[in-house]
Design a binder for this molecule. Structure first.
Ligand code: AMP
Ligand code: GLY
Length: 430
């Protein structure tokens, strides 16, 4: 089988690594790919947002299956376009991708089907939004309705900050069209959990839970990023909480999407917060998380390609989805300055040595004209180690990352520390 994967980050490297282990796949292609993916797949220089060119390429090259990993092509309708042209694909339809592509769609869905989430008001009129945030109880969270590269969420400590956030989005066009409508949401507290679930429209099978570390600096300080590191499984997510989530969040969401006429197929990402008033949905994503995927997939025992096709064919109920017992830790190595301005083109050393201990998944890298791997993005690598225990996985991931160097390298030094606190509390209570 010829399989094309869309995307070019650490998530896609982890997906391709796992797909390359499937016996059914004879050749792998990736558009656009990156410096690490090039070792496992033929990289094709087409942007993930150029859905017409991607569909033409898939048809002309007679792809048997396409995996659409990033949010943009999903929200633009690449899966629908491929289906029209006779090519099955992994991922939701354009209508189902609205669960991530529009915060107002997802908040209204949760309200309608009583799925626990933060209280909110939605606005498409700036004057009304401003009048509301002038008096609302703070802190509040102001969110752009549409996709904003993970940056469209502003936590506001007071009314003046909330007013400024609304103005930035609705008047100054900070996030373009994505910010022309906004959601103003109640501020919640508690540990966060990411749960990625395979879905075929009617059946849902969760993967291992995980914990992302979104802030740029140690101790959850600094700006929000795409994610600076992940551990899996998440020790705060007990079997009891998992069952409650299945009953009150996961299955109700799947059913709600069916009732709305847009059954969800692909990977549905639940961003959850374990608040003092129970578990609530912070966000949905219509795709695998990045870097959650880099921590979760190395522990997947079943064949990823078989599962993906089952989500497309509607046969997930009878398909095996099992994980190994271990733990994993992914430490992101970023370019200095990320998530703001950073330099690229820095030579990366130590990848071969690090590979002896862990998987250094490539995110923002490329091969330069001298055949060297150089930095090409904000998040450069996601170094993932697996081990029997969480402390061992953390130690190994840092040991492997210590072997890698490039100019300006920035990483957090506390990935997994919050999770370790939960593990200690749990074992003391035991
Ligand atoms: P999102 O892009 O919606 O995942 O938001 C990014 C991050 O902002 C989340 O991972 C949370 O840490 C934080 N956040 C979003 N919504 C809320 C909320 N209602 N209360 C507290 N923190 C939030
Ligand atoms: N790691 C967060 C995301 O994928 O959106």
């Amino acid at each position: 089988m010829k399989v094309l994967v869309i995307g070019g980050g650490g998530r896609e490297h982890a997906l391709i690594q796992k797909l390359s282990e499937s016996k059914e796949i004879t050749s792998l292609y990736c558009a656009p790919g990156n410096g690490g993916i090039a070792a496992l797949a033929t990289c094709v220089p087409i942007k993930a947002t150029d859905i017409d060119a991607l569909a033409d390429y898939a048809v002309n090259e007679k792809m048997d299956y396409v995996v659409v990993a990033p949010d943009d092509p999903l929200c633009l309708g690449l899966v629908d376009l491929l289906a029209e042209r006779g090519i099955p694909a992994f991922g939701p339809s354009k209508a189902a991708a609205r669960i991530e592509g529009s915060k107002i769609f997802s908040k209204d869905l949760m309200k309608k089907y009583q799925i626990p989430t933060a209280g909110y008001e939605a606005f498409d009129d700036m004057d009304k939004a401003i009048a509301y945030v002038k008096t609302v109880q703070c802190p509040v969270v102001v969110k752009a309705d549409g996709l904003a590269l993970g940056k469209g969420v502003i936590i506001c400590e007071n009314n003046a900050e909330a007013e400024a956030a609304v103005t930035e989005m609705m008047a100054n066009g900070k996030f373009g069209k994505s910010g022309s409508r906004v959601v103003v949401e109640e501020f919640l507290t508690g540990p966060e959990v990411s749960v990625l679930c395979f879905c075929d429209g009617k059946t849902l099978k969760p993967m291992l839970s995980s914990m992302d570390h979104k802030r740029a600096l140690d101790g959850d300080q600094g700006l929000n990023t795409g994610g600076m590191g992940v551990i899996a499984p998440n020790p705060y997510y007990t079997a009891e909480i998992a069952q409650t989530c299945m009953d009150t969040i996961f299955l109700p969401t799947l059913k709600a999407m069916q009732k709305e006429g847009c059954p969800f197929k692909g990977c549905l990402y639940f961003g959850l917060m374990l608040t003092p008033n129970g578990t609530k949905v912070i966000e949905y994503n219509c795709r695998f998380g990045d870097p959650e995927t880099q921590a979760v997939l190395p522990l997947l025992r079943s064949d990823l390609f078989t599962i993906m096709r089952a989500t497309t064919d509607g046969t997930l109920a009878t398909t095996d989805v099992t994980f190994a017992d271990g733990t994993s830790c992914c430490v992101v190595l970023a370019s200095g300055g990320y998530p703001e301005a950073y330099e690229t083109g820095k030579v990366i050393n130590g990848l071969a040595e690090a590979s002896e201990l862990a998987h250094p998944y490539h995110a923002g890298t490329k091969l330069d004209d001298q055949g060297r791997i150089v930095t090409a993005g904000g998040r450069v690598l996601g170094v993932t180690a697996t081990a029997n225990t969480l402390p061992d996985a953390i130690t190994l991931a840092y040991k492997a990352s210590d072997l890698i160097s490039f100019d300006g390298l920035h990483r957090r030094s506390d990935i997994g520390q919050l999770a370790l606190k939960a593990s200690t509390t749990t074992s003391k209570e035991d």
